[in-house]
Design a binder for this molecule. Sequence first.
Ligand SMILES: [Zn+2]
Length: 114
Amino acid sequence: MLLDLAAQAAALPDLSGGGAPSEIILRDEGSRVELWFSAGPPVILAADALRGACRCAWCTKAKVQGEFPGAFSGLSIEQIKPIGGYAVNLHFSDGHDRGVFPWSYLRQLAEPGN
Ligand SMILES: [Zn+2]
């Protein structure tokens, strides 16, 4: 039996989260970021929530060791750098700039309960 792999792939759900946003806007002096994707409402995320959700090696280690700060109030995003069309690197006002945030992760963070 010959499998039609292209048809199977086309039938799979889009796991990329709809691709890259068409627009990324920093609001309120960097205290939140707004991402517009091709469809649907914008994804809006607070800088302090993003800082707390950083998954870089340093933050992951600090979380495992129980040394990660519980809150980042007053924090802002100072710079956004695209990474390979699939993610952004965020520079926070506390000097932290190691986090890589893929589009799918940003969409996930904006879902209710996160
Ligand atoms: Zn980090």
